[in-house]
Write a protein that binds this ligand. Structure first.
Ligand SMILES: Cc1ncc(COP(=O)(O)O)c(C=O)c1O
Length: 414
C-alpha cells in the first residue's frame, strides 16, 4: 500500500526542488584526483576530501591489486567468525603506532565507528558532553547510548551560560557542562568532539579540552576524520597539532578521506576500551569485515606517511597560499590553517542563489566547487567550501584563485 506515502514523498521532493534544496549529483567520468572529467570536460577538483592526493595514487592501486591477488576479494564474514586475516591485524597495529595509541579496531566506515563507540561504554548513570557542531555520526552514536547529555556551545570552553540572541535558547560552555555533570553525580563523563569541523574548517581546542577533562575526571573522544594524515608536524592528527598525544582516550577516524579515500574507519585508543569494543560494539559484531584491497592500500598509506612528511608539507603550502591570496583578493573567508577553506556569502543579498550561481560559473571556468546552503549550514551562512589537496600543483592553485577573482568581480562580490 505504497500509494499514500508516494503522494507524500512526491510533494516533499517537489518542495525541496522549489526551495533549491534538492541534492543533484554531478557525475564524474574519471578517477578521483586534482583534475577530473565532468560532462566530458576536464576540470580542477577543489571539493574532495582527497587531502593528500592519494585517492588514485599508483602505489595504492598496486597495493590494492596485490592484496586482491593474495587475500581475495571479500571475506563473507564479520570479524569474529571468519573475517579476520593477518592483514587486518597488521593494519590495526600500524594505525595504533601512527596515532600513538595502545590499540585499534577497524570498522567499515567512521560513521560505523562513531555509531559503535558510545553505547557499550556509557549508560544512564553516565554523562556525554558534546560540541554543538559535531558530525552527524557522533550525534547518531550518542543517540544510541542512554547516557545523560550536555551539549556545549561550539568551541566554547567557558564556565558560563548565556541566552542565544538568535533563538533565546541557553548556550553553555564546556566547563559549565562538566560542572553540571559532576553535580548530577554521573559515574563516567566523556567529552566528544570533532578534531576539525568540516563546515568551517576550524579546529577543536584539544589542549584546553584535555585540561578540563583532567580537572573534571572526564574521558576525551575525538573524531579526527578531517585531520588524520596531515594535521600536526608529522600528520598524526589534531592531538599532535596541540601537543596532547597520549592524553586523548579515544580517536575515531576514517580511511575515506586523506588516507586513500576508499572506505573504512577505526576506533583507536586505550587497550581495555578497544578490547571492550571487540566484544560489544554492534557494527563490529554484526557487519562485514573491511575487504582485503582496502586493508592492503591503507597499510601502504600508513607506510608512506610514516616514511615522509612530504605530502602533508605540500598540503600545508597549498593551503596557506590559497588562504593568503583569496584574502588579498577581497573574499570573506573563515581564517585558520585547515585545508577546508569556506568562502562566505552571507553578507551579500540573495546569498543562497548567489553561492549556487558562483559555483556554476566556476565550473564554466574549469574549477569544480560546491555551494552549501541551509540545512547543511545555518541560514545566512551560505558558502562555497574549498578543499585543498597535496595533489594540486602550484599552477592549479593559481588557476583556482584567478577563476574565483574573475567570477567574484563579474558577480560584484569583490
Ligand atoms: C567528521 C566526520 N566523521 C565521520 C565521517 C564519516 O566517515 P566515513 O565516510 O568513513 O563514514 C565524516 C564524513 O563525512 C566526517 O566528516
Amino acid at each position: 500500500m505504497y500509494g499514500k506515502m508516494k503522494e507524500f514523498l512526491s510533494a516533499e521532493l517537489k518542495s525541496l526542488k522549489e526551495q533549491k534544496l534538492f541534492k543533484y549529483e554531478r557525475i564524474i567520468e574519471s578517477p578521483q584526483g586534482a583534475e577530473i572529467e565532468v560532462n566530458g570536460k576536464k576540470v580542477l577538483n577543489f571539493c574532495a576530501n582527497n587531502y593528500l592526493g592519494l585517492s588514485s595514487h599508483p602505489e595504492l592501486i598496486k597495493a590494492a591489486h596485490e592484496e586482491i591477488d593474495n587475500r581475495g576479494y571479500g571475506l563473507s564474514s564479520v570479524r569474529f567468525i571468519c573475517g579476520t586475516q593477518d592483514i587486518h591485524k597488521i593494519l590495526e597495529r600500524k594505525v595504533s603506532e601512527f596515532l600513538g595509541t595502545e590499540d585499534t579496531i577497524l570498522f567499515s566506515s567512521c560513521f560505523d565507528a562513531n555509531g559503535a563507540v558510545f553505547e557499550p561504554l556509557l549508560g544512564p548513570d553516565d554523562a556525554i558532553i558534546t560540541d554543538s557542531l559535531n558530525h552527524a555520526s557522533i550525534i547518531d552514536g550518542i543517540r544510541l547510548c542512554r547516557a545523560q547529555r550536555w551539549i556545549y556551545n561550539h568551541g566554547n570552553m567557558s564556565n558560563t551560560e548565556e541566552p542565544d540572541p538568535a533563538t533565546g535558547k541557553t548556550l553553555k560552555g564546556l566547563e559549565r557542562c562538566l560542572k553540571e555533570a559532576n553535580e548530577a553525580g554521573c559515574r563516567f563523563k566523556m567529552i566528544a568532539t570533532d578534531g576539525c569541523f568540516s563546515m568551517d574548517g576550524d579546529i577543536a581546542k584539544l589542549d584546553q579540552i584535555c585540561d578540563l577533562a583532567e580537572k573534571y575526571d572526564a574521558l576525551v573522544m575525538v573524531d579526527d576524520s578531517h585531520a588524520t594524515g596531515f594535521m600536526g608536524k608529522t600528520g598524526r592528527g589534531t592531538h599532535e597539532h596541540f601537543g596532547v598525544m597520549g592524553r586523548v582516550d579515544i580517536i575515531t577516524t576514517t580511511f575515506g578521506k586523506a588516507l586513500g579515500g576508499a572506505s573504512g574507519g577505526c576506533i583507536s585508543g586505550r587497550k581495555e576500551i578497544i578490547d571492550w569494543m571487540r566484544n560489544k560494539a554492534r557494527p563490529y559484531l554484526f557487519s562485514n569485515t573491511v575487504p582485503p584491497a582496502t586493508v592492503g592500500a591503507t597499510i601502504k598509506v600508513i607506510d608512506l606517511l610514516t616514511a615522509s612528511t612530504e605530502l602533508r608539507d605540500r598540503l600545508e603550502k597549498n593551503t596557506m597560499k590559497f588562504r593568503r591570496e583569496m584574502t588579498e583578493a577581497g573574499f570573506d573567508i573563515i581564517p585558520g590553517v585547515h585545508p577546508i577553506v569556506p568562502i562566505m556569502f552571507g553578507k551579500y543579498e540573495n546569498c543562497s542563489q548567489l553561492a549556487v550561481d558562483f559555483a556554476n560559473r566556476m565550473l564554466d571556468e574549469g574549477v569544480y566547487v560546491i555551494a552549501f546552503s541551509f540545512p547543511v549550514v545555518p541560514k545566512g551562512k551560505d558558502r562555497i567550501r574549498v578543499q585543498l589537496s597535496a595533489g594540486h600543483t602550484i599552477e592549479q592553485v593559481d588557476k583556482a584563485v584567478k577563476a574565483f577573482t574573475k567570477v567574484g568581480k563579474e558577480l560584484k562580490m569583490i
